[in-house]
Unconditional design. Structure first.
Length: 381
């Protein structure tokens, strides 16, 4: 599973001599796969990309590296027909012997891109849409623990404890029945405590963002009472579930619904915090010039952008400074400025390289009015 750390490593990969290639492949729908069992579509994409590159100013050595990348991509799919039916990203540079294919949970379009850096914006959007979280489904005698990431669910552990059933109310009061009931309750508490300890160990290993519980309401109360504080702070919701009847796909669907609602709440809260801090001249900025300046200074903790933001800027060919002015030369080092039509890609690249979080927000009026971009800051210089 692809992680934000791998994304940062790709953002920091550079070559002094060779361009970097990025290939995205969106697999055809399952209903059309019978007509897509050969790599013709991929070869056409690569051929069209090669035609576009003919007018660029790459030297012969750089072109040999690009051509080798394209040949290896074609061989990858020819030699692995199953890959044609899997959403894939490939990051490559033959001149530097770099090759990294990545399976994706959903398609990000198809195309081959060449540049000084890898084209990472689509992957940034993808990582923002998927949090790593844990789902635990329980009853009084059993439990199943799942990790969910990028729309995929994996069961990590399941166990069964012999917990006596509850004693039905008797017509007369007897100490024996009360003793059995207490023993049953103690066994239940030990059961839920054991579950909580197993989930805590899983958290310490995988560091998931959120926790979701499923089961009957009385069992969920018991379990929540036994959760470590690190887990309680990550608990975002629960859903009713019959332990014996619930399927893995039903657990996944209900968990994803809760996670998506939490994602919307977090983004709304983040935008409110940025707006408040920006208005007070504090650790928040809104607007393209202010946000780009903060990115260049390494001040950004969390970058917030509209997913389909279209904006242009200029990048210094020497020091990499980004500006929205119409100047021809850099105000810092006096080198020539190069126009960049999609400044979002550059902003995302800077954020990844600096280890900043990136959140893509749609439908927020305050962000749209500010130009579709803003940030929560670590500090101000």
């Amino acid at each position: 599973m692809f992680t934000s750390e791998q994304l940062r490593q790709l953002a920091n990969f550079h070559s002094e001599r060779f361009p970097l290639g990025t290939f995205y492949w969106e697999a055809p729908p399952a209903t059309n796969r019978a007509h897509h069992n050969d790599p013709v579509g991929i070869q056409n994409l690569l051929r069209e990309a090669r035609r576009r590159l003919e007018g660029d100013s790459h030297n012969r050595e750089a072109m040999r590296s690009i051509e080798a990348d394209q040949e290896k991509i074609a061989r990858y799919f020819i030699g692995n027909p199953e890959a044609l039916h899997a959403h894939t990203a490939i990051f490559c540079c033959a001149g530097e012997s770099f090759w990294q294919p990545v399976r994706l949970p959903r398609g990000l379009g198809s195309g081959f891109y060449v540049g000084e850096t890898f084209y990472l914006q689509p992957l940034s959007v993808l990582l923002d849409q998927y949090h790593r979280f844990c789902a635990v489904v329980v009853d009084r005698q059993a439990a199943r623990v799942f990790e969910i990431y990028m729309g995929e669910i994996e069961e990590h552990t399941s166990f069964l404890d012999q917990v006596p059933g509850r004693i039905k109310a008797a017509t007369w009061t007897g100490g024996n029945e009360r003793q059995i009931e207490r023993r049953s309750e103690n066994k239940a508490h030990q059961h839920y405590k054991r579950i909580a300890e197993a989930v805590l160990q899983l958290f310490r290993k995988y560091h998931f963002d959120w926790l979701i519980l499923g089961g009957h309401s009385d069992g969920l109360v018991f379990l929540e009472n036994h959760l470590h504080s690190d887990l309680r702070s990550r608990l975002i919701g629960s859903f009713p579930a019959d332990f014996k009847a619930a399927t893995t796909q039903e657990i996944l669907a209900k968990s994803m619904e809760i996670a998506e609602a939490q994602d919307r709440r977090e983004k709304a809260g983040l935008m409110e915090e940025i707006s408040n801090r920006a208005g007070q001249g504090g650790l928040g900025v809104l607007g393209l010039p202010e946000t780009l300046q903060a990115l260049m200074l390494g001040e950004v903790h969390t970058l917030v952008v509209e997913e389909n933001l279209q904006a242009s800027a200029s990048v210094c060919s020497n020091c990499g400074r980004v500006t929205t002015t119409e100047a021809k030369t850099c105000a810092v080092c006096d080198a020539d400025l190069q126009r960049v039509e999609n400044v979002l890609e550059r902003a995302v690249e800077l954020a990844i390289q600096d280890g900043s979080q990136i959140r893509f927000v749609n439908g927020n009026d305050r962000l749209r009015q500010a130009g579709g971009i803003g940030a929560l800051l670590r500090f101000r210089t």
